[in-house]
Design a protein around this ligand. Structure first.
Ligand SMILES: Nc1ncnc2c1ncn2[C@@H]1O[C@H](COP(=O)(O)OP(=O)(O)O)[C@@H](O)[C@H]1O
Ligand SMILES: N[C@@H](CCOP(=O)(O)O)C(=O)O
Length: 324
């Protein structure tokens, strides 16, 4: 198989995973984007330039996460490998629980989708499966690919009655649902936050959290007034409190004040889900708890309803959409 294009642009959203009780399953795409531009070149070397988040920190060669995912995508499609020039404009902060690594992986696979002759071999389902091989869990990759709120699950490698492999569906999000992120200056690697989780949890905690996850689907789609109850979790957040004490304390204070606060992904960002009709009250609580605190950056990004966007560049500003 040959390449179908030699120049693509990709835009990928930040994501907030778990949403409280939906550990490794639920996620939400946020309109805070990384942009990646990829050119295939005749030589076999790889050069990466980065501006914004991660500049000066992430690698500038073939070990860069976007490039590793790009190469994996090209290989999965059976297309020939070439050299690449990759330019990243990053806005998603790293190590904060806003899905920067999943965004990098999805962007790399999406770039491959734009470059190969038959983009359908890296369609949304294939992209999600390959991204999950990198991440180990699909809850960030699903909204990064599809946009909006998603539920992802793994049908397993040996399907019986169910289709195997990782899959995801989008939820018809209630238009009044808003997301506010409280992003601390401190970072926390997802691998570290996963390392402090117990191998087993009490059955009562699992049962209660399963019920809340089911309720959260209703809250996100039809009854945002139920968000506070629906975002209760007993599977991961408190277990992680020692590695993000500031986030945990803030989460408890926000919930005591009636806001549906959760840890975003593996933290340490705190996510508040709310109804647009309640914005004044939410802002008043946020002002009283984190107003003026240099440690917390507060933002209310729109929900990204599109997911990853891929364009083939045919010269100058002439672009053809491959996705989104
Ligand atoms: N855009 C990117 N380009 C290259 N590497 C990235 C990018 N985004 C994230 N990473 C890598 O992933 C790490 C953060 O991943 P992780 O600990 O899972 O946190 P996050 O919650 O931000 O996904 C970064 O330190 C960096 O090594
Ligand atoms: N379900 C995962 C989500 C990790 O999200 P990230 O944005 O922190 O990478 C977990 O909770 O470990």
């Amino acid at each position: 198989m040959r390449l179908g294009a030699d120049h693509v642009r990709v835009r990928v959203p930040a994501t907030s995973a778990n949403l409280g009780p939906g550990f490794d399953a639920l996620g939400l795409a946020l309109a805070l984007h990384d942009d990646v531009e990829v050119r295939a070149v005749a030589s076999d070397d790889v050069v990466v330039t980065v501006e914004g988040e991660g500049a000066g920190e992430v690698p500038d060669d073939a070990t860069h996460l976007v490039v590793r995912a790009l190469v994996a995508g090209i290989e999965r499609a059976g297309a020939p490998l070439t050299g690449f020039r990759v330019h990243c404009t990053n806005r998603i902060p790293h190590g904060r629980g806003l899905g920067s690594s999943a965004a990098a992986v999805v962007a790399g696979i999406a770039a491959a989708r734009g470059l190969v002759a038959d983009p359908s071999v890296l369609d949304d389902a294939a992209t999600l499966r390959l991204a999950t091989e990198f991440e180990g869990h699909p809850d960030n990759a699903a909204p990064a690919v599809l946009g909006g709120a998603t539920i992802a699950w793994d049908g397993g490698p040996t399907p019986e009655r169910v289709q195997g492999g990782v899959r995801a569906v989008g939820l018809p999000l209630h238009p009044g649902v808003e997301a506010t992120v409280l992003v601390p200056t401190a970072r926390l690697a997802t691998s570290r936050a996963r390392g402090v989780l117990p191998a087993q949890v009490p059955h009562a905690d699992a049962a209660r959290t399963a019920g809340r996850a089911a309720l959260l689907v209703e809250a996100l789609t039809r009854r945002p007034d139920l968000l506070l109850d629906a975002t209760q979790d007993a599977l991961h957040q408190e277990y992680r409190s020692d590695v993000m004490p500031g986030s945990w304390d803030l989460l408890v204070e926000l919930r005591d004040a009636g806001l549906a606060a959760t840890v975003s992904g593996a933290g340490p960002t705190v996510l508040v889900l709310s109804e647009s009709s309640q914005r004044e009250r939410v802002d008043a609580v946020l002002a009283s708890l984190v107003g003026g605190a240099a440690e917390w950056q507060v933002a209310r990004p729109a929900i990204d309803t599109t997911g990853v966007r891929v364009r083939r560049v045919r010269g100058g500003s002439d672009e053809v959409a491959v996705r989104g």
